[in-house]
Design a protein. Structure first.
Length: 197
């Protein structure tokens, strides 16, 4: 059976893009500052190419970061409540899908778990390349790569530009996690009452 060359090719393209955008680092000059869309994009590209997706978290827009905090907190609380109150036979099946998030120590790790699970890392690896141009309109910017891929950014309160492409999915996941926690809390309360004093 032959090994697919597409993942190797995609990684080579991403690295080529990094070399193109990151030659300033290799040549002793720093990246553009992360207070520019190019600088934020370059740091995301480097984190993905070096297989450090948690480091891309710092370059997500604020709403995406807050959603990651909500997801992590809700999943950890739900897992804890299930372990405390659910019958032994129901615990593992209830929290099976949440275990990797429960094990994540911080929101950047939760983002990395979701990014791997949802295929976001593979998507970025396929599409990352050098910056061809940047279109800035007020607090929003679009980084257009040499391959024609467009990455939307929004300026955060601290001046760092944050990638916006994962925000809607993270917010939807945060809502799911909060709803699941509410269901778990109600069921756990019922189980606790059934146990008696």
């Amino acid at each position: 059976m032959g090994v697919s060359r597409w993942p190797v090719f995609a990684l080579a393209l991403a690295l080529a893009g990094l070399v193109w955008t990151g030659t300033r680092v290799i040549n002793g000059r720093p990246f553009p500052p992360d207070t520019t869309p190019e600088g934020a994009y370059a740091r995301i590209a480097l984190a993905i190419a070096e297989r450090r997706p948690r480091d891309a978290f710092a370059y997500l827009e604020t709403e995406a970061q807050w959603a990651s905090y909500t997801i992590l907190e809700a999943r950890k609380r739900a897992c804890k409540r299930v372990r405390e109150s659910y019958p032994q036979g129901e615990r593992a099946s209830t929290i099976r899908e949440w275990m990797d998030l429960d094990a994540a120590p911080e929101p950047p790790d939760a983002f990395a778990v979701l990014a791997l699970r949802r295929g976001w890392i593979a998507r970025l690896e396929r599409d990352l390349s050098g910056v061809a141009r940047v279109d800035v309109q007020g607090e929003r910017a679009t980084v257009v790569t040499g391959r024609g891929t467009r990455y939307p950014f929004r300026r955060r309160e601290n001046g760092i530009w944050g990638l916006t492409i994962f925000t809607a999915e993270l917010q939807a996941e945060a809502e799911r996690a909060s709803n699941d926690l509410e269901v778990v809390e109600h069921a756990a309360a019922d189980y606790d009452r059934a146990k008696g004093p």
